[in-house]
Design a protein around this ligand. Structure first.
Ligand code: 4G1
Length: 230
């Protein structure tokens, strides 16, 4: 059982999407656990304030260290292998390889920033690793935490409905996935490729490999040069 603890100002942003579909079912089946902690509950301020202005000036507000630290201290320890991760655009970008490695942990504590970020001192004290989901601006780390839990959670034994061979998957092979088709055989005047309708599995494999390479060259040539990263 992998336990995710999410420290956030907006727990519903994380809880709601993970209660649906495959990860929702996996939580009910106790294959993984997602516990959200509202950092605001740890504000000692009479007005439940959790943000303040940055020293040195600059735009916006920063999350104060104390509520984050007290929230962290209230999280019970689970198992031996634990990681504290801050979702941040300054971190290394999440890869499938990283997701596979995180799936071996007992507990993953995810800290979500909001506003302009978090006071550096509490980050230096509690965070072991920073992880980003990509190069763009978000309003907070909540959606990033949700992405990490989805990507890692589906790799846990018994989470996926049928045991998909992860090695066969796109990305694990270093390629994008070939196009797929289901019934009807003709839709909007477009027919399913003839080769897929026959039973020649060698030919089907060759066609799929060709399409996968074609698509990867066109859309993600970067995947072809860093196969090791997948
Ligand atoms: C400077 C993106 C700031 C954003 C440069 C991916 C982005 C967390 C992520 C930002 C965040 C760039 C992520 C930016 C994220 C504090 C609160 C950071 C939200 C915050 C390229 C805002 N993967 N962004 N700053 O987005 O948390 O994990």
């Amino acid at each position: 059982m992998l336990r995710f603890d999410v420290m956030t100002l907006f727990p519903e942003m994380v809880k709601a999407p993970l209660s649906e579909s495959i990860i929702g079912r996996a939580q009910k089946a106790e294959k993984l656990k997602v516990v959200c902690h509202n950092i605001r509950d740890y504000s000692k301020d009479r007005h439940h304030r959790v943000d303040d202005t940055p020293y040195g000036g600059g735009k916006g507000m920063l999350m104060m260290p104390d509520p984050v630290y007290d929230c962290f201290c209230a999280i019970p320890k689970e198992g031996e292998r634990r990681r504290v991760i801050y979702l941040s655009p300054k971190g290394k970008v999440l890869t499938q390889k990283k997701a596979r490695s995180l799936a071996t942990f007992d507990q993953i504590i995810l800290l979500c920033g909001h506003y302009e970020g978090i006071d550096q001192r509490v980050l230096d004290e509690i965070v072991e690793e920073e992880l980003s989901i990509g190069d763009y601006v978000l309003t907070g780390g909540e959606l990033a935490a949700t992405v990490v839990i989805d990507a890692v959670g589906r790799l846990i034994d018994g989470v996926l409905p049928d045991p998909i061979c992860h090695e066969e998957e796109s990305l694990s092979s270093g390629l994008l996935e070939y196009p797929q088709y289901t019934r009807p055989v003709e839709w909007h005047g477009v027919r399913v490729p003839e080769v897929l309708q026959g039973g020649n599995h060698q030919k089907i494999r060759a066609w799929r490999d060709e399409k996968a390479v074609e698509l990867t060259v066109k859309n993600r040539p970067d995947l072809l040069s860093d196969k090791g990263e997948s």
